[in-house]
Design a protein around this ligand. Structure first.
Ligand code: FEO
Length: 405
């Protein structure tokens, strides 16, 4: 392992996970994921910021020993107790018995609950500092990002913010650890994976993101070190602004069309809608067949773009099941400022369209036009109605208030 001291006395010692299929056993990982850990070497004390998921623990220990075979870890700072970061605590304690575990009161309750550890701990609260000799760590409580105990740690002298999951993204490290080492093509993948991470993991807690951003606003930051993905250095403003906009429900001009189609009839309506939207000048149109695309990618695009169209057949006198699941996910997370419409198909009863309309009332969508309801197969009248709806939708989208990211 080549040493990765990205700023003086601060080392990246995180690990790649390229074998796990689904993060939290829920979210696919086509590009892998990292569990980031950082060593801060002070003149009198060393602090490790975060551990890693348990299956990667020995890699972390090897990385630490590659820095110094006799290394001593005086403190383990736990910004977040979810086991993808805290999983190695017990093993680390075995290898580094002198280590004190640093966290807030909520951290300590979880430490006892998950690992039965309640000794050699140091409880910190907002603004507390920890002296490492020539370096100082300062702690900021940022609850519900995305667990109650989440906090951030700031290395004062180097202006490094260890931000927990905030500003993180899926995607393994491919050589480049700091964003300045990563080209634009790879960066685009990380950016999309940041949208997906936010939509699936953080979106429910947008108001807490805003509180955290407000708390951090006066702090000078040279590096943002999250628990997943690259270290942000050149793109700090971009990632903070991305979080700011997402948490304020400010989205880009574009339309996500999510459809279910058992035999291709509903899909024909989607083709008509999408083509007319493009003719009307809408350039970002993302179509997802809900039976083929994992929900996490659909949620990513829904949070990113302002327009949402659902096309759905009636099934068992209700909503096509995967569409119902998606709507539940949106209800759980909450989303606002969406320009919305729907079309649907049925064989003998158009019950699905009515049920979607009922569910969407709770989502506070801005509904456009009258949903097009198609019986059995597409006709000239259906095509005309879809064309008209798409024109209304494009117009409403362009007039909506949100700004383009
Ligand atoms: Fe990366 Fe919430 O754990």
């Amino acid at each position: 392992m080549i040493l990765s001291e990205f700023t003086q006395n601060v080392f990246y010692v995180g690990v790649n996970d390229q074998t796990t299929y689904q993060f939290e056993n829920l979210w696919p990982l086509p590009y892998g994921v990292t569990y980031n850990s950082y060593l801060v070497k002070g003149s009198t004390k060393n602090a490790l910021i975060e551990s890693v998921e348990i299956s990667q623990c020995m890699k972390l220990i090897e990385r630490l020993r590659s820095i110094d075979p006799e290394i001593r870890i005086d403190y383990l700072v736990i910004n977040h107790m979810e086991p993808d970061h805290s999983g190695s605590v017990s093993v680390l304690k075995h290898y580094f018995p002198e280590m004190q575990i640093v966290g807030n009161l909520q951290t300590m309750g979880m430490l006892k609950g998950y690992y039965n550890i309640s000794t050699d701990t140091l409880v910190v609260k907002e603004g507390d500092t920890l002296d490492l000799g020539n370096l100082t760590l300062r702690f900021h409580m940022t609850p519900m990002l995305h667990w109650p105990e989440t906090m951030m740690t700031y290395l004062v002298e180097n202006k490094v913010l260890f931000s927990g999951d905030a500003f993180g993204c899926f995607g393994a490290i491919n050589g480049g650890i700091v964003d300045s080492e990563i080209g634009n093509d790879s960066m685009l993948t990380y950016k999309l994976e940041m949208f997906r991470y936010y939509a699936n993991i953080v979106a429910k807690y947008g108001s807490f993101v805003q509180k955290a951003l407000s708390k951090l606003s006066g702090i000078p930051i040279d590096y943002v070190c999250s628990t997943h993905g690259p270290i942000w250095h050149e793109r700090i403003n971009d990632v903070i602004e991305t979080y700011n906009r997402l948490s304020k429900n400010i989205s880009e001009e574009g339309v996500v069309i999510v459809y279910g189609s058992m035999y291709g009839h509903t899909e024909e309506m989607v083709d008509v809608l999408a083509r007319q939207l493009a003719v009307c000048g809408i350039k970002n149109i993302k179509i997802h067949n809900i039976s083929k695309t994992h929900e996490s990618f659909i949620l990513r695009d829904i949070y990113r773009y302002r327009g949402l169209i659902i096309a759905c057949p009636t099934y068992n006198a209700s909503i096509f099941p995967p569409v119902e699941t998606l709507l539940s996910s949106l209800l759980l997370r909450g989303t606002e400022n969406k320009v919305f419409t729907q079309v649907g198909s049925f064989t003998w009863s158009p019950a699905g369209i009515k049920k979607i309309a009922e569910l969407c009332q709770s989502l506070k969508f801005q509904s456009v036009g009258i949903p097009v309801s198609m019986k059995q197969s597409i006709t000239a009248d259906t095509i005309a109605a879809c064309l008209d709806l798409a024109k209304q939708f494009a117009s409403a989208l362009k007039q909506s208030d949100a700004t383009i990211v």
